[in-house]
Design a protein around this ligand. Structure first.
Ligand SMILES: C[S@@+](CC[C@H](N)C(=O)[O-])C[C@H]1O[C@@H](n2cnc3c(N)ncnc32)[C@H](O)[C@@H]1O
Length: 123
């Protein structure tokens, strides 16, 4: 879910090892992959950083598996994001960092709140 790849750029500037995935990559250093099935071993990374779609407010791509095609009011939207979070948890080393950007958005004066609830797991 790394979109235009700004996260990759920041990691490289800080000399961090980084792997960027997106369902619809826009540049060659982003790997085409669905965030619900990440091609990494269990407990293998120090940080997962996700900037998820906020609903269908923006057209991200035509890819049929783009979660951004699902309206945020639809229960399936949260179900699919939950799969992404669970997959992130699987690849994260115990005690390491998960960071997810997920916001409410306003469209035609209607506020779409984020309904995501994250309960910390003290693994
Ligand atoms: C909010 S944008 C990320 C914006 C990014 N931070 C930037 O600076 O451009 C959400 C991204 O999630 C991607 N995405 C949607 N569904 C996905 C999926 N199933 N697996 C991986 N990426 C997905 C979209 O293609 C889009 O690039």
């Amino acid at each position: 879910m790394c979109g235009s790849g700004t996260t990759i750029d920041v990691c490289k500037e800080e000399s961090r090892r980084v792997i960027g995935y997106d369902i619809s990559p826009v540049r060659p250093d982003i790997i085409q992959n669905d965030a619900r099935k990440i091609l990494l071993e269990d407990n293998s990374v120090d940080m997962v950083f996700i900037d998820s779609p906020y609903g269908e407010n923006i057209k991200y791509s035509n890819h049929p598996n783009c979660i951004g095609k699902i309206p945020c009011e639809d229960e399936r939207f949260l179900e699919e994001l939950e799969k992404v979070i669970n997959e992130s948890y699987r690849i994260l080393k115990p005690g390491k960092v998960f960071r997810m950007g997920h916001f409410r958005y306003v469209e035609k004066k209607k506020v779409h709140p984020s309904r995501l609830q994250i309960i910390p797991n003290t693994r």
